[in-house]
Design a protein around this ligand. Structure first.
Ligand code: GLP
Length: 243
Protein backbone atom coordinates (compact mmCIF):
# COMPACT_ATOMS: atom_id res chain seq x y z
CA UNK A 1 0.00 0.00 0.00
CA UNK A 2 1.32 3.42 -0.96
CA UNK A 3 1.36 6.58 1.06
CA UNK A 4 2.25 9.30 -1.44
CA UNK A 5 3.89 12.64 -0.63
CA UNK A 6 4.56 15.17 -3.38
CA UNK A 7 6.77 18.20 -2.75
CA UNK A 8 7.77 21.24 -4.78
CA UNK A 9 11.46 21.02 -4.01
CA UNK A 10 14.16 18.39 -3.67
CA UNK A 11 14.94 19.86 -0.23
CA UNK A 12 11.45 19.04 0.99
CA UNK A 13 11.71 15.53 -0.47
CA UNK A 14 15.00 14.97 1.35
CA UNK A 15 13.62 16.40 4.59
CA UNK A 16 10.62 14.06 4.58
CA UNK A 17 12.78 10.98 3.89
CA UNK A 18 15.17 12.09 6.64
CA UNK A 19 12.35 12.48 9.16
CA UNK A 20 11.06 8.96 8.53
CA UNK A 21 14.47 7.31 8.83
CA UNK A 22 15.50 9.39 11.84
CA UNK A 23 12.34 8.42 13.69
CA UNK A 24 13.16 4.75 13.20
CA UNK A 25 16.81 5.20 14.23
CA UNK A 26 15.65 7.10 17.32
CA UNK A 27 12.90 4.78 18.43
CA UNK A 28 13.85 1.24 17.47
CA UNK A 29 16.92 -0.31 19.08
CA UNK A 30 18.63 -2.18 17.55
CA UNK A 31 17.71 -1.05 14.03
CA UNK A 32 18.40 -2.52 10.61
CA UNK A 33 18.49 -0.10 7.71
CA UNK A 34 18.36 -1.12 4.08
CA UNK A 35 20.27 1.55 2.20
CA UNK A 36 20.42 2.77 -1.38
CA UNK A 37 22.87 4.77 -3.45
CA UNK A 38 22.19 7.09 -6.38
CA UNK A 39 21.51 10.80 -6.35
CA UNK A 40 17.97 10.54 -4.95
CA UNK A 41 18.89 9.81 -1.29
CA UNK A 42 21.91 12.18 -1.14
CA UNK A 43 19.97 15.02 0.54
CA UNK A 44 18.49 12.58 3.05
CA UNK A 45 21.95 11.31 4.00
CA UNK A 46 23.22 14.90 4.36
CA UNK A 47 20.43 15.59 6.83
CA UNK A 48 21.11 12.39 8.78
CA UNK A 49 24.77 13.43 9.09
CA UNK A 50 23.82 16.96 10.14
CA UNK A 51 21.38 15.60 12.70
CA UNK A 52 24.02 13.23 14.09
CA UNK A 53 26.45 16.12 14.45
CA UNK A 54 23.98 18.60 15.93
CA UNK A 55 21.72 16.37 17.99
CA UNK A 56 23.93 13.38 18.66
CA UNK A 57 21.53 10.84 17.13
CA UNK A 58 23.50 7.64 17.52
CA UNK A 59 24.02 4.82 15.02
CA UNK A 60 25.83 2.54 17.47
CA UNK A 61 22.90 0.16 17.45
CA UNK A 62 22.30 0.40 13.72
CA UNK A 63 23.16 -2.30 11.19
CA UNK A 64 22.96 -1.58 7.50
CA UNK A 65 22.57 -3.67 4.37
CA UNK A 66 23.08 -1.95 1.05
CA UNK A 67 21.01 -2.84 -1.95
CA UNK A 68 23.69 -3.24 -4.53
CA UNK A 69 27.31 -2.90 -5.62
CA UNK A 70 29.09 -2.75 -8.94
CA UNK A 71 31.22 -5.70 -10.01
CA UNK A 72 34.60 -5.05 -11.58
CA UNK A 73 35.63 -1.77 -9.99
CA UNK A 74 38.91 -1.86 -8.07
CA UNK A 75 38.47 -1.81 -4.27
CA UNK A 76 38.19 1.79 -3.06
CA UNK A 77 37.13 3.11 -6.51
CA UNK A 78 35.36 6.42 -6.00
CA UNK A 79 32.26 5.25 -7.83
CA UNK A 80 31.93 2.00 -5.92
CA UNK A 81 28.81 2.03 -3.81
CA UNK A 82 30.85 1.44 -0.67
CA UNK A 83 32.81 4.64 -1.41
CA UNK A 84 29.50 6.42 -2.02
CA UNK A 85 28.15 5.27 1.33
CA UNK A 86 31.37 6.20 3.14
CA UNK A 87 31.31 9.67 1.57
CA UNK A 88 27.64 10.32 2.20
CA UNK A 89 27.01 8.65 5.55
CA UNK A 90 29.25 6.01 7.10
CA UNK A 91 32.36 8.18 7.59
CA UNK A 92 30.32 10.83 9.41
CA UNK A 93 28.15 8.87 11.84
CA UNK A 94 29.02 6.45 14.63
CA UNK A 95 27.80 3.25 12.96
CA UNK A 96 30.21 0.44 13.91
CA UNK A 97 32.15 -0.69 10.81
CA UNK A 98 31.32 -4.33 11.52
CA UNK A 99 27.61 -3.49 11.27
CA UNK A 100 27.96 -2.27 7.67
CA UNK A 101 27.12 -4.81 4.97
CA UNK A 102 27.56 -4.47 1.23
CA UNK A 103 27.00 -7.20 -1.37
CA UNK A 104 30.34 -8.89 -2.07
CA UNK A 105 31.72 -7.82 -5.44
CA UNK A 106 35.29 -9.05 -5.24
CA UNK A 107 35.25 -12.78 -4.58
CA UNK A 108 35.85 -15.82 -6.79
CA UNK A 109 32.38 -17.08 -6.02
CA UNK A 110 29.98 -14.18 -6.34
CA UNK A 111 27.01 -16.51 -6.63
CA UNK A 112 27.68 -18.21 -3.31
CA UNK A 113 28.35 -14.85 -1.63
CA UNK A 114 25.11 -13.50 -3.05
CA UNK A 115 23.13 -16.39 -1.58
CA UNK A 116 24.74 -15.80 1.81
CA UNK A 117 24.01 -12.08 1.59
CA UNK A 118 20.37 -12.87 0.89
CA UNK A 119 20.14 -15.09 3.96
CA UNK A 120 21.80 -12.43 6.11
CA UNK A 121 19.46 -9.67 4.89
CA UNK A 122 16.36 -11.79 5.49
CA UNK A 123 17.58 -12.83 8.94
CA UNK A 124 18.28 -9.19 9.84
CA UNK A 125 14.64 -8.11 9.25
CA UNK A 126 15.18 -4.71 7.66
CA UNK A 127 13.13 -2.07 9.49
CA UNK A 128 13.19 0.42 6.65
CA UNK A 129 14.47 -0.04 3.12
CA UNK A 130 15.41 3.17 1.32
CA UNK A 131 14.91 2.92 -2.44
CA UNK A 132 15.44 5.00 -5.53
CA UNK A 133 13.99 3.99 -8.87
CA UNK A 134 15.55 3.57 -12.29
CA UNK A 135 14.00 5.37 -15.26
CA UNK A 136 13.11 1.89 -16.59
CA UNK A 137 11.40 0.97 -13.32
CA UNK A 138 14.27 -0.97 -11.78
CA UNK A 139 14.64 -1.12 -8.02
CA UNK A 140 18.08 -1.86 -6.64
CA UNK A 141 19.59 -3.21 -9.85
CA UNK A 142 16.65 -5.50 -10.51
CA UNK A 143 16.30 -4.77 -14.18
CA UNK A 144 13.13 -5.31 -16.26
CA UNK A 145 12.41 -9.03 -16.51
CA UNK A 146 13.93 -9.95 -13.13
CA UNK A 147 11.75 -12.67 -11.56
CA UNK A 148 9.72 -11.44 -8.61
CA UNK A 149 11.03 -14.37 -6.55
CA UNK A 150 14.67 -13.39 -7.19
CA UNK A 151 17.13 -13.20 -4.31
CA UNK A 152 20.50 -11.39 -4.28
CA UNK A 153 22.15 -12.11 -7.63
CA UNK A 154 24.66 -10.97 -10.20
CA UNK A 155 23.02 -8.67 -12.75
CA UNK A 156 24.02 -7.71 -16.29
CA UNK A 157 23.19 -4.01 -16.40
CA UNK A 158 20.91 -2.79 -19.18
CA UNK A 159 22.33 -0.28 -21.62
CA UNK A 160 19.85 2.41 -20.47
CA UNK A 161 20.97 1.93 -16.85
CA UNK A 162 24.63 2.21 -17.84
CA UNK A 163 23.77 5.40 -19.78
CA UNK A 164 21.85 6.80 -16.79
CA UNK A 165 24.80 6.13 -14.49
CA UNK A 166 27.50 7.26 -16.94
CA UNK A 167 27.29 10.78 -15.49
CA UNK A 168 29.26 9.54 -12.49
CA UNK A 169 32.12 8.21 -14.63
CA UNK A 170 34.50 9.79 -17.15
CA UNK A 171 32.82 7.91 -19.98
CA UNK A 172 30.25 5.19 -20.61
CA UNK A 173 33.09 2.71 -21.21
CA UNK A 174 34.06 2.98 -17.54
CA UNK A 175 30.58 2.08 -16.28
CA UNK A 176 30.62 -1.53 -15.08
CA UNK A 177 28.60 -4.07 -17.05
CA UNK A 178 27.72 -6.13 -14.00
CA UNK A 179 26.52 -5.55 -10.47
CA UNK A 180 25.31 -7.58 -7.51
CA UNK A 181 21.86 -6.61 -6.29
CA UNK A 182 19.49 -7.68 -3.57
CA UNK A 183 16.58 -9.42 -5.26
CA UNK A 184 12.92 -8.50 -5.15
CA UNK A 185 12.49 -11.01 -2.30
CA UNK A 186 14.71 -9.13 0.15
CA UNK A 187 13.28 -5.73 -0.84
CA UNK A 188 9.72 -6.96 -0.31
CA UNK A 189 10.68 -8.48 3.05
CA UNK A 190 11.52 -5.06 4.53
CA UNK A 191 8.98 -3.94 7.13
CA UNK A 192 8.76 -0.49 5.57
CA UNK A 193 9.95 0.96 2.27
CA UNK A 194 10.74 4.62 1.61
CA UNK A 195 11.10 5.31 -2.10
CA UNK A 196 12.48 8.63 -3.29
CA UNK A 197 11.98 9.78 -6.88
CA UNK A 198 13.11 13.11 -8.27
CA UNK A 199 12.80 14.56 -11.74
CA UNK A 200 10.92 14.12 -15.02
CA UNK A 201 12.94 11.08 -16.03
CA UNK A 202 11.26 9.10 -13.25
CA UNK A 203 7.68 10.20 -14.03
CA UNK A 204 6.70 7.25 -16.21
CA UNK A 205 8.24 4.68 -13.86
CA UNK A 206 6.40 6.33 -10.93
CA UNK A 207 3.10 6.21 -12.79
CA UNK A 208 3.63 2.53 -13.68
CA UNK A 209 4.63 1.72 -10.11
CA UNK A 210 1.33 3.05 -8.76
CA UNK A 211 -1.14 2.34 -11.56
CA UNK A 212 0.52 -0.18 -13.86
CA UNK A 213 -0.29 -3.87 -14.08
CA UNK A 214 1.96 -5.82 -11.73
CA UNK A 215 4.52 -7.41 -14.06
CA UNK A 216 8.15 -8.42 -14.12
CA UNK A 217 8.86 -6.16 -17.13
CA UNK A 218 8.43 -3.22 -14.74
CA UNK A 219 10.04 -4.36 -11.46
CA UNK A 220 8.73 -1.47 -9.31
CA UNK A 221 5.11 -2.57 -9.92
CA UNK A 222 5.64 -5.34 -7.33
CA UNK A 223 5.63 -2.63 -4.66
CA UNK A 224 1.83 -2.46 -5.04
CA UNK A 225 1.82 -5.68 -3.01
CA UNK A 226 3.91 -4.35 -0.12
CA UNK A 227 1.89 -3.30 2.95
CA UNK A 228 3.88 -0.15 3.81
CA UNK A 229 5.51 1.91 1.06
CA UNK A 230 6.03 5.65 1.48
CA UNK A 231 6.60 7.38 -1.87
CA UNK A 232 8.35 10.72 -1.60
CA UNK A 233 8.24 12.52 -4.92
CA UNK A 234 9.04 15.91 -6.29
CA UNK A 235 6.44 17.44 -8.56
CA UNK A 236 8.31 16.43 -11.74
CA UNK A 237 8.45 12.78 -10.74
CA UNK A 238 4.74 13.01 -9.88
CA UNK A 239 3.84 14.88 -13.06
CA UNK A 240 2.08 11.94 -14.75
CA UNK A 241 -0.11 11.15 -11.74
CA UNK A 242 -3.69 12.39 -11.65
CA UNK A 243 -4.46 14.94 -8.95
C1 GLP B 1 21.10 3.01 -9.69
C2 GLP B 1 20.99 2.26 -8.38
C3 GLP B 1 19.58 2.25 -7.89
C4 GLP B 1 19.03 3.66 -7.91
C5 GLP B 1 19.01 4.18 -9.31
C6 GLP B 1 18.47 5.59 -9.43
O1 GLP B 1 20.74 2.24 -10.79
N1 GLP B 1 21.44 0.94 -8.46
O2 GLP B 1 19.55 1.69 -6.59
O3 GLP B 1 17.76 3.67 -7.37
O4 GLP B 1 20.35 4.18 -9.77
O5 GLP B 1 19.51 6.50 -9.25
P1 GLP B 1 19.33 8.04 -9.03
O6 GLP B 1 18.80 8.20 -7.67
O7 GLP B 1 20.71 8.62 -9.19
O8 GLP B 1 18.40 8.52 -10.07
Amino acid sequence: MFKIHVYKSVDEVSQKAFEIVKKIVDVDHPVTLGLATGSSPVGMYARLVEDHEKNGTSYKQVSSYNLDEYVGLPKGHLQSYLSFMNENLFDYVDIPRQNIHMPSAHSDDLKKDAQEYSKAVLAAHVDVQVLGIGSNGHIGFNEPGTPFDSITHVVALKEETRQDNARFFNSIDEVPEYAVSMGITEIMAAKKIVLIAIGNKKALAVKEMIHGKIREEVPCTILQKHPDVVLILDKEAASLLDD
